[in-house]
Design a protein around this ligand. Structure first.
Ligand code: XMP
Length: 305
């Protein structure tokens, strides 16, 4: 990308030209790519854009409210699909089946909403590395669970298709998107579901959501990791007061990486790890112990499933 302002001008013209008079939808995730796309399209086609945010119940703490604040001035539709997603996930423990169930459900909800708006064009925040991964046959990280959304539409507009992530972040800055969006950590399409080993229940998601919030509070500003997270990796025995309890084992992961293909764990100070452990066990009911994962990728992946 030669020049950010030039790119923005060209992208706006492209969206306007390709949309014609048609209604356009975008699936907002709160990540930088879809946020930049929505901001560009809002400038290009105004009310012709219908951003749709699907609240799967698997999002991070405060995410849905934040999306409302940030994009509420556009004709944003927030779909409360939490019950639908938990029902679809009930009884599933296999990681691939879980991803598939989420991907299918997401497409169904999104298509339903897109139809309601009469949209025939899909705007997608595909960036250059997503295209390379798809062409190489590696699972698409761009779509939820690697499922394509484009089938139901006449046309797909992908204004970020030639940009790398750092260039998208620059555009986000130039468009005046808040810093937190501009520097947002990667977050998987299937959400917190891949951070609970075994069956996903509303109760487990509540626990892992709180644990992720604590990990982010303690690490993001202070250490600027490429990605950090908490996952529920099983059940173990703990003790509160003089009562033994069977509670969750929370694993913390904090890594640096260039592109997510390889990753190295951060050498975090012990006192920081101890504080996270203390906060998770005291602030979140049902957490029995906390461990820090020091495995690089490879051999371990960044997410737990
Ligand atoms: P793994 O766990 O494969 O993750 O080492 C590498 C990076 O990709 C993110 N990730 C996903 N992103 N949809 C996404 O949009 C997905 O299905 C998905 N799975 C993993 C993960 O958070 C990490 O940044």
């Amino acid at each position: 990308m030669v020049n950010t302002e030039k790119f923005i001008k060209a992208a706006i013209e492209e969206i306007r030209r390709e949309a014609g008079g048609r209604t356009v939808v975008i699936a907002l995730s709160g990540g930088v790519d879809s946020s930049v796309c929505a901001a560009l399209a809002a400038r290009a086609i105004g009310d012709q854009l219908h951003p749709i945010y699907v609240d799967t119940g698997l999002m991070r703490k405060g995410e849905t409210d934040r999306i409302r604040e940030l994009f509420g001035h556009l004709s944003l539709t927030v779909v409360d699909a939490r019950e639908e997603f938990f029902a679809a996930l009930s009884g599933i423990t296999d990681p691939e089946e879980k991803r598939k169930a989420i991907g299918e459900r997401f497409i169904r909800v999104f298509e339903r909403e897109a139809k309601r708006t009469g949209a025939t064009v899909l705007l997608q925040g595909t960036i250059y590395p997503d295209r390379i991964e798809s062409e190489g046959g590696i699972k698409s990280h761009h779509n939820v669970g690697g499922m394509p959304l484009e089938c139901a539409f006449e046309d797909v507009i992908e204004p970020l298709r030639d940009l790398y992530k750092d260039e998208v972040r620059e555009v986000a800055g130039a468009l005046g998107l808040p810093r937190e969006i501009q520097h947002r950590m990667p977050f998987p399409g299937p959400g917190l579901a891949v951070r609970v080993i075994g069956e996903v229940t509303a109760g487990a998601i509540e626990v892992v959501r709180e644990a992720n919030a604590i990990v982010e509070e303690e690490l993001v500003e202070a250490f600027a990791p490429w990605q950090c997270l908490a996952a529920l990796v099983g059940l173990g025995t703990g003790v509160k007061g003089d009562v033994r309890l069977h509670g969750w084992i929370v694993a913390i992961r904090a890594v640096n990486s260039r592109d997510g293909m390889t990753a190295d764990p951060l050498e975090l100070p012990f006192e920081v790890l101890a504080r996270i452990a203390s906060r998770c066990t005291s602030e979140i009911p049902g957490v029995a112990r906390v461990v820090y994962d020091v495995t690089p990728k490879p051999p371990a992946t960044i997410e737990y499933e």
